[in-house]
Design a protein around this ligand. Structure first.
Ligand code: PLP
Length: 259
């Protein structure tokens, strides 16, 4: 069914709260709204951070997450699921159950490290996240995250191959954190040749670029677009959001996510 303004496509977003509003739940709500979808939001972790770096991550109790999701799902249809920062390993079992009960597209942004450098995920959670990989439609690691998820791999292509071997159906490795005048994002899927998207690099650092892209992909998948269209359009729109980003603090710029 085509979405209408009275019956928008809906994305269940499970992400952290970033008080600065660059990343996490803010990015989910703004991206979905800008692209015409509605975000249902469940917070996985509270954070203490500014536009420069994250100081603290406090997980939300898995039972509270489960109760919030159950209440939502008893009431509302969902068309896609977007997962961002996770608080701890115990949350993964809740998410696995949610995905199993709701066969809709799933976008996983494996948030492992803040752009400011702080590690956001410990070894136990990293291991637990493996259970999510085969349940996703697409995962969107940046280059550094791809290397953490596939530590044996020597190149980014090998990282993506290792993730496909772990059950991911599609991997979009983003290259915003790599050097160069161009940002190269590469879509890998089982059985197909990798597809590289090249974008002129926009000067400056951004806080929440990865969250913005992943939520945009989820919003477009929720609307029924094929993955190739969702990836292309979400990147175009994210590029524009970064071009228009504003410096609200002393660190990295906050994307301006508008329709
Ligand atoms: N805080 C939260 C809640 C996030 O979800 C993320 C990234 O997804 C970050 C912080 C780090 O964002 P960035 O790497 O853009 O600084």
């Amino acid at each position: 069914m085509l979405p209408s303004s009275n019956d928008p496509s809906r994305v269940l977003c499970l992400s952290g709260h970033d008080p600065v509003g660059g990343a996490g739940i803010h990015a989910d709500i703004e991206s979905c709204a800008a692209l015409g979808a509605h975000a249902f939001t469940v917070i996985t972790a509270n954070t203490v951070q500014d536009s420069r770096n994250v100081q603290r991550v406090t997980p939300v109790a898995p039972l509270l997450i489960a109760a919030q999701v159950d209440a939502l799902l008893a009431d509302c249809r969902i068309d896609a699921i977007k997962i961002g920062l996770l608080g701890d390993a115990a949350q993964v079992a809740v998410l696995v159950e949610v995905i199993r009960r709701n066969p809709v597209p799933v976008v996983l942004d494996p948030v492992l490290r803040a752009g400011g450098g702080r590690a956001l995920v410990g070894a136990q959670l990293l291991l637990a996240m493996e259970a999510l990989l085969p349940l996703t439609t697409v995962i969107t690691p940046n280059a550094a995250e791809a290397r953490v998820l596939a530590p044996q791999a020597r190149t980014l292509d090998e990282c993506a191959a290792a993730l496909l071997a772990q059950g991911c159906r599609n991997v979009l490795v983003t290259g915003g954190d790599e050097p160069g005048d161009e940002v190269v994002n590469t879509w890998h899927s089982a059985g197909d040749a990798p597809h590289a998207y090249r974008w002129p690099r926009i000067e400056g650092g951004f806080h929440g670029a990865g969250c913005t892209l992943a939520s945009a992909i989820a919003a477009l998948l929720a609307q029924g677009h094929p993955l190739a269209t969702a990836l292309e359009r979400a990147q175009q729109w994210t590029h524009r959001s970064l071009r228009d980003a504003r410096a609200l603090g002393q660190g990295r710029k906050i994307p301006l996510r508008r329709a």
